[in-house]
Design a protein around this ligand. Structure first.
Ligand code: ADP
Ligand code: MG
Length: 249
């Protein structure tokens, strides 16, 4: 239970509904992620996982309910939205790096443009972040010269450059060759250990077991289970979760 004196959850979704036309894709979603927690979102394709991530960042408007980040309700638009969105880092399946900029320039871009950080300081910070994700030696290359795993680590560094309070990951390893999955998961595990609040959509069950504090299982637009990884994997309650686990494990 929360009390008046406790910190607000880092992410809070309350009674969130989202429709695409007649399609009800988020059904009364209630979710709280406390500061420092790692929540893995699992569920079949089409269950609403990406839409939930996008709604948390307001890349997708919602039809009803409330979403707040660190106690601040998400503003609908304008400067206030841009400021709040900067606090939520997002990493997608596709890396979306700027092809005509070097890796270090990709990481510098948002701090310089949005946070008005000076070039020298932005470069120093970008190099520190590239070091943290293990690709400082790739900083002068262009995205196409890097492996998929290195590009995704660059994308993580780019998101971290805005000093987000929360990181959202939407299937960050799904587009990678198998041998590159682990280096990206290791980078994410490192972030988790440093205390970053993370919401991670993934099909990597090993990561869910090892790194998650909680597993949220979605099916057909609903949160069907919200449990510890141990409980979810060893004693799923719903038929839908049992069915899902039966197919992937
Ligand atoms: P997941 O990430 O779990 O695979 P999504 O959030 O991408 O699921 O999609 C949830 C549902 O919403 C699916 O039925 C999908 O087809 C639908 N959907 C997603 N984006 C759109 C869109 N822009 N327009 C219409 N329907 C969409
Ligand atoms: Mg998705």
């Amino acid at each position: 239970m929360t009390t008046a004196t406790s910190a607000p959850p880092m992410i809070r979704a309350a009674g969130v509904n989202k429709f695409f036309g007649d399609l009800h894709v988020l059904k009364d979603i209630n979710l709280e992620v406390p500061k420092g927690q790692v929540v893995v979102v699992l569920g079949p394709s089409g269950s609403g996982k990406s839409t939930l991530c996008r709604a948390i960042n307001r890349l997708e408007p919602i039809n009803s309910g409330e979403i707040s980040v660190d106690g601040q309700p998400l503003p609908a638009e304008g400067k206030a939205l841009a400021a709040l969105r900067a606090e939520v880092g997002m990493v997608f399946q596709s890396f979306n790096l700027f092809a005509h900029k070097t890796i270090v320039e990709n990481v510098m871009l948002a701090p310089v443009k949005v946070r008005k950080v000076g070039q020298a300081e932005a470069r120093k910070m970008a190099m520190e972040l590239l070091d943290r994700v293990g690709i400082a030696n790739q900083s002068q290359k262009y995205p196409a010269q890097l492996s998929g795993g290195q590009q995704q680590r660059a994308a993580i560094a780019r998101a971290l450059a805005m000093k987000p309070k929360v990181m959202l990951f939407d299937e960050p390893t799904s587009a990678l060759d198998p041998e590159m999955v682990q280096e990206v998961l290791d980078t994410m595990t490192g972030l988790a250990k440093e205390g970053m609040t993370m919401l991670v959509v993934t099909h990597e069950m090993g990561f869910a077991r090892r790194a998650a504090n909680r597993v949220v299982f979605m099916s057909d637009g609903e949160i069907v289970e919200d449990a510890t990884p141990d409980d979810f994997f060893t004693k799923p309650k719903s038929d839908r979760a049992k069915d899902f686990l039966g197919k992937i494990l």
